[in-house]
Design a protein around this ligand. Structure first.
Ligand code: SF4
Length: 341
């Protein structure tokens, strides 16, 4: 897996007023990336491709460097109070990824260079809530580690939060490029979570992400560097042999992560589900996907705005829960586990 070198980059002129904008531009020049200008990071026109599919694929290889104008943060319940906006879009091609629906016509990789203004806003939210702890999620709209070599934003966030007695940062990643963050002054205030899954899932549905073994190796590095660690296993998907593969995955994690760290690990287990609009988008972007999304095989769960989701049936949900509960309790004594349907 090679680090991401975009095929082209669009830069807002205003972005070059900021140190990060200038640094990114220098890196792009050094990489030989074609640089184009855009008046707004919201409107990228003229992406190459004769079909929608080609345009989608090319968008995911396009970097957009802009200034975040709206500094009001979205909420990010239940795992954090706020989503901290540093980037949108992702280089990965996970068939099930919800960004396909949430980002809609903007699947390109967009990074915001006014990081100091974003941090000032975070500081204000922390002050408003203290002495309560305020948690910020940095991966709601992208996988920020996949573009850290271009932006350095995560390191900036991690070190900022390291100095905040009442602030915490968390993010999730499917990439392994952690080396530039190992010596960051994190103060134990950033929880690194790795998204892992059964090998069948990684092979079938997670194109252009780091191999599972690399993610686990990276998890070992960050926990040894003193970061709080978590694993997200999502989506848990029922395929032939799922119990064996998920069991083997948990055993491998338990063997590889030194046992002295097991009690501090958090697990988030999220079962596979889909909405009708998401199914349509997935079938458009990944027409050959083997992701099974048959409404009649699932149970309908009412959702907000009238868009319900199709989840596994109660008995299947109980099987999933029983498996993870038993294995995690045995393999990671004292760890924390949360389920999401
Ligand atoms: S790595 Fe994460 S954010 Fe990127 S496509 Fe896959 S699921 Fe989506």
């Amino acid at each position: 897996m090679q680090i991401f070198v975009p095929d082209r980059a669009y830069v807002e002129p205003g972005a070059l007023q900021y140190p990060m904008g200038k640094e990114i531009l220098e890196k792009l020049h050094a990489m030989g990336v074609e640089i184009l200008e855009t008046t707004s990071h919201n409107q990228i026109r003229g992406l190459p491709g004769d079909t929608e599919l080609q345009k989608y694929r090319n968008a995911k290889r396009t970097l957009v460097v802009g200034v975040r104008k709206t500094l009001k943060f979205d909420t990010s319940k239940p795992s954090a109070e706020y989503a901290i906006p540093i980037a949108t879009g992702c280089i990965g091609h996970c068939h099930y990824c919800y960004l396909q629906t949430t980002l809609g016509a903007k699947p390109y990789i967009r990074v915001y260079v006014n990081i100091e203004e974003i941090l000032q806003q975070a500081q204000m939210y922390i002050h408003q809530r203290q002495p309560e702890i305020t948690r910020f999620e940095a991966a709601c709209t992208s996988d920020p580690l996949s573009i850290e070599h271009l932006t350095g934003s995560l390191r900036r966030l991690i070190e900022f939060m390291g100095n905040q007695p009442y602030g915490r940062l968390r993010f999730v990643t499917k990439y392994h490029w952690v080396d530039s963050l190992l010596d960051a002054k994190h103060g134990g205030h950033t929880r690194f979570r790795f998204s892992v899954n059964a090998p069948y899932m990684v092979k079938q549905f997670e194109a252009n992400t780091s191999p599972l073994s690399k993610r686990i190796e990276a998890a070992c590095k960050v926990v040894r560097a003193g970061y709080p660690l978590g694993f997200i296993i999502a989506p848990v998907y029922l395929f032939d042999g799922w119990q064996d593969e998920y069991t083997a995955l948990l055993e491998e994690l338990s063997r590889t992560i030194p046992s002295s760290y097991h009690a501090q690990i958090t697990f988030e287990i999220i079962q596979h589900r889909f909405t009708k609009p998401a199914k349509r988008v997935i079938e458009k972007n990944y027409p050959k996907t083997k992701l099974h999304m048959e409404e009649t095989d699932r149970q309908y769960k009412w959702g907000r705005y009238g868009i319900g989701k199709y989840v596994y049936r109660d008995e299947q949900q109980q099987q999933i829960r029983a498996l993870f509960e038993e294995k995690i309790a045995n393999l990671f004594e004292g760890s924390n586990i949360e389920y999401f349907t």
